[in-house]
Ligand binder design. Sequence first.
Ligand SMILES: *[C@@H]1O[C@H](CO)[C@@H](O)[C@H](O)[C@H]1NC(C)=O
Ligand SMILES: *[C@@H]1O[C@H](CO)[C@@H](O)[C@H](O)[C@H]1NC(C)=O
Ligand SMILES: *[C@@H]1O[C@H](CO)[C@@H](O)[C@H](O)[C@H]1NC(C)=O
Ligand SMILES: *[C@@H]1O[C@H](CO)[C@@H](O)[C@H](O)[C@H]1NC(C)=O
Length: 294
Amino acid sequence: MLLFPAILSTVIVVSSTSVYWDGRVPQTMTEWDVDSSIGPYLTVVKGSEAASHYTTLLGTSSTPTPLWNTLISEQVISLTIDNSSIFVPGGSTPQNGFRRTDIIAQGNGSNSALDAIMEIGVSKFYFSVKDNEQLPLNYSHEYQIVFIEPSDGTHVFELQLGTPFSNPTAPTPAVDATFLKVRDHALNLMFETPFTSGQWHNFAVQIDWNNLTLQVFYSADDADLVAVTPVTSNPTASPGPAGQGDFHAALLKLPLVDPSESSAEQNDVVHYGIQEGTTEGLFFSGFFVQDISA
Ligand SMILES: *[C@@H]1O[C@H](CO)[C@@H](O)[C@H](O)[C@H]1NC(C)=O
Ligand SMILES: *[C@@H]1O[C@H](CO)[C@@H](O)[C@H](O)[C@H]1NC(C)=O
Ligand SMILES: *[C@@H]1O[C@H](CO)[C@@H](O)[C@H](O)[C@H]1NC(C)=O
Ligand SMILES: *[C@@H]1O[C@H](CO)[C@@H](O)[C@H](O)[C@H]1NC(C)=O
């Protein structure tokens, strides 16, 4: 692996043997790999353009989270959306309500096989995010940016930004719209922190898949991760395989309700609603999953 044992003993130890899946993109990974879904991520959830139109690897031109970059050389991942970012699930109805670019953890070319390997016992999901000052978000909208999604479409936990989608649309953006928010399966707020610009915001969420609990860890830039919640029950999540799901990094922008649409359409967040079609972006690094039970 790419970790150097001599350095490991002096810093927070995340040993290579306990890493189930490593999404820290090596310098050797290319645009061609992104377009071909080769490497740690499946890149099919996107709009009509090639995957590398929306998912860009920044090489050595951009510095990833300083938490791991003395141990491992990784490329920053830039995710963007524009008005073409309408995902059409295989043979299904275009998701006109959303604009989205998702990259999904995979192993040996399979995302679902990985779920059964890394979502057992106790495992810890690490991820870091930074704003893209050139391509700002619109905080009147809700954004879902990191989540584990079982096949029922719920989220074991999620990292969210913006104003939560509501019908009818709230008259003003939420007071904490610009905060990074970690929510549990029932969408209860577990932790929030201001999404300050130009900084890496580091998270880890430790999940006990048997006891159905979550614990959130956080730090900014090069500070060590610290627990910011106790071990907290996540009782609405499903036990066993039904509760396992794909690990997504995403720029998923929900619509605002369009008052001119029918009430059925207004309730169909996936397919209807208002999107401005703006080009927006976020930066990601430091994605990996650690086995805690070992
Ligand atoms: C990938 O293949 C290796 C070697 O067969 C295996 O050990 C590993 O568990 C596989 N990973 C996934 C996610 O299937
Ligand atoms: C943000 O979204 C709101 C609601 O659709 C819209 O009125 C506003 O113009 C948007 N801002 C930008 C910068 O696109
Ligand atoms: C899980 O729950 C069982 C039964 O309540 C308890 O004995 C065990 O210590 C718990 N495990 C963890 C990791 O909290
Ligand atoms: C965005 O795309 C939608 C769906 O294709 C289209 O109806 C809309 O006019 C586009 N908006 C802009 C600003 O280009």
